[in-house]
Design a protein around this ligand. Structure first.
Ligand code: NAP
Length: 330
């Protein structure tokens, strides 16, 4: 049996998602890695319990998280069924569709056919009647935006999702999507995009400014650059790190001498602030109040406990910000 900690709401900070009624924890937990068929179920449970016991109410999934695709939803569904169902109304569970999921022309990108079928599959895998947020996972250059947004609106109006989100969109396309969804009376509340000290794409493609102007939330994924913005790789590549255990999206080639030098210099700034590098990297994302939540991954419960500390120290001096910029643009 699992009994959630009765202290779970004592320290977590919740931010409003743009101008919507939805609040998300400053730190959210993503199940992209460490929830596939190759991972330990006991570890998955420990991660989910640690998250929820510490006020992380938001669990982020996608149809294709694994390996195998779909297996993260199956494992999370098992945890829900065995332990979390009494707490369902305290949780924000999201899923997505947009990347390659099944064979043939209907299992990828942004058609109405794909999105609605995929959502049904995700609900079945997780044993849920609805998800809280359903995302279109990436921009589709071929499908009319009206069709993709229409599918998100349909998902919400059918009761299978409470809110709509879009992921990996740029600023101008997000603005068009927001206008369509407004016409469809669909509560579009959040953008999910990569953002970190080392990846400023959303500052350059208009997404961050447009989300702030439109009153939409942002949840920042890979805020630790998959572990590089921590002390993980400062002294070689550990056997239990993502690079060694699952090189699909982060491999040793990414840990270049230039990258290591940047990490060392950022670590020095973090130490001078009395934070770990992981904490500072997450605090930095929350620094200006525009990003609603940082979406971390973790292979160990202790990492989540460390990462949560970031929300308590989000102010930076102008000098610190300038130094961080100088290092990250090297
Ligand atoms: N929408 C999209 O297209 C998209 C794309 C990617 C991700 N996402 C979402 O974003 C979530 C997070 O992405 P991510 O896993 O790349 O995030 P991340 O937080 O940048 O990286 C997580 C990894 O960093 C390491 N780590 C975390 N905390 C640490 C700490 N305190 N000290 C040392 N190492 C630490 C762990 O790797 P080790 O295994 O080395 O311990 C952990 O698995 C995903 O789960 C998913 O929900 C969305």
């Amino acid at each position: 049996m699992y009994q959630a900690s009765d202290k779970r709401y004592e320290t977590m900070i919740y931010h409003r998602c743009g101008k919507s009624g939805l609040k998300l924890p400053a730190i959210s937990f993503g199940l992209w890695h460490n929830f596939g068929d190759t991972a330990s179920y006991e570890r998955m449970k420990a991660l989910c319990f640690t998250a929820f016991d510490n006020g992380i109410t938001h669990f982020d999934l996608a149809n294709n998280y694994g390996p195998l695709p779909g297996s993260a939803e199956i494992h999370f569904g098992r945890i829900l069924k065995e332990y979390f169902m009494p707490y369902r109304d305290e949780m924000i569970i999201s899923t997505k569709a947009g990347y390659d999921m099944w064979e043939g022309p209907y299992g990828n990108w942004g058609s109405r056919k794909y999105l609605l079928a995929s959502l049904d599959q995700s609900l079945k895998r997780m044993g849920l009647e609805y998800v809280d947020i359903f995302y279109h996972h990436r921009m589709d250059p071929e499908t009319p935006l009206e069709e993709t947004m229409g599918a998100l609106a349909q998902a919400v109006h059918s009761g299978k999702a409470l809110y709509a989100g879009i992921s990996n969109y740029d600023g101008p396309t997000m603005e068009k999507a927001a206008a369509i969804l407004k016409d469809l009376h669909c509560p579009f509340v959040i953008n999910q995009n990569r953002y970190s000290i080392l990846d400023r794409t959303i500052e350059n493609n208009g997404l961050k400014a447009a989300a702030a102007a439109e009153g939409k939330g942002i949840i920042a994924f890979s805020p630790l650059e998959q572990g590089m913005l921590t002390k993980r790789y400062l002294n070689g590549i550990p056997e239990d790190s993502r690079v060694k255990t699952d090189g699909r999206f982060l491999n040793a080639n990414a840990i270049t001498d230039v990258r290591l030098q940047q990490i060392r210099e950022l670590n020095t700034i973090a130490e001078s602030r009395g934070q770990t590098l992981a904490e500072m990297a997450l605090s930095w994302i929350l620094r200006d109040g525009i990003v609603t939540s940082v979406l971390v991954g973790a292979s160990k419960p202790e990492q989540l406990l460390e990462n949560i500390q970031a929300m308590h120290r989000t102010e930076f001096s102008a000098e610190e910000l300038q130094k961080i910029d100088e290092i990250s643009f090297k």
